[in-house]
Design a protein around this ligand. Sequence first.
Ligand code: ZN
Ligand code: ZN
Length: 356
Amino acid sequence: MNTRLDRLRKAMQNAELDAVLLSSLTSIRYLSNFTSDECFVLVTKNRNLLITDFRYTIQAGEQSGDRFEIIEAAGSKQLETVRDALSKEQVERLGFEEDCVSYAQYGSLSDLGPKLIPFAKELHSLRVLKTPDEIASLQKAQALADRSFTELLTVIHSGMTEKRVAAELEYIGAKLGSEGPSFDTIVGSGPNGAMCHAVPGERKLQKGDLVVLDFGCIFNGYHSDMTRTFAVGEVDTFSKEIYDIVKTAQRKALDALRPGITGKQLDAIARDYIREQGYGECFGHSLGHGFGLLIHEAPRASANCDTVLEPGMTITVEPGIYIEGKLGVRIEDCCAVTEDGKQNFCTSTKELQYID
Ligand code: ZN
Ligand code: ZN
């Protein structure tokens, strides 16, 4: 029995679909283990087809096991193969991933015949509750990130550019076994830290800087996500005060993270504390997000997420304070919700770390 395919068929039934056509790397990987999107996956009531070209047929067979019929077809022949299968199975309502199909592709899909039904939301919700093997992969991904961070602090120093810091970090991660960065590494030094998603640039780390470092590693396709803010040499009292406020806000939210709390309530715990300290305006993003095969997945810890957190969901906890022209501080851990609370995948200390 394949749970993921069974759950997909159940979702298809609920949406009264005769078939689903998958075209995103994430959905294809989730359901078939195939690690390429140079294909279409068609799941009908009775068949699981993986249609790919000559370059990938061996890989597709090995990765998907015996659950999928592998059909070789190149280029435009792939959609012809889909069309034949749809007509053989008398498909009238076809689910598709409306969030990853271009306008041109939509035109081609519309010509297939069946009525197209948007199905991306249902596909996303299949992945919300992580299985123990997914949790294990996430834990390994984060372990790589924690080790990378520890090693990074021993090799970087003032005078290095933000770009170099990002390169060193990604190199260390790759050496340790990460399949790649989870997303473009964020390095924001000194005043650049006020840009939540600072792109590493030519600015050199200087004594007195706080540096925001947001990054992740990938293991088995699963993405980790952590942020630490560290100091270059001695920093002023104000920087330390801001750091402590963010650290306390994060701890409060982490302490409250358990099944039954909503994303909105979790967000409010950190946000209210930061507001009470007088920096409400300086925390302009939401508290966190789920993560897995994608770096951003459902649920959200945000003011407009009423989702009740359940065991098996993942969520980051990442409050921040950003002061234009001066500094930024963010601290982020990535966690899974468990029966009795949470499993925090991050082990790196949150005591302010100093480099020379
Ligand atoms: Zn992050
Ligand atoms: Zn994040």
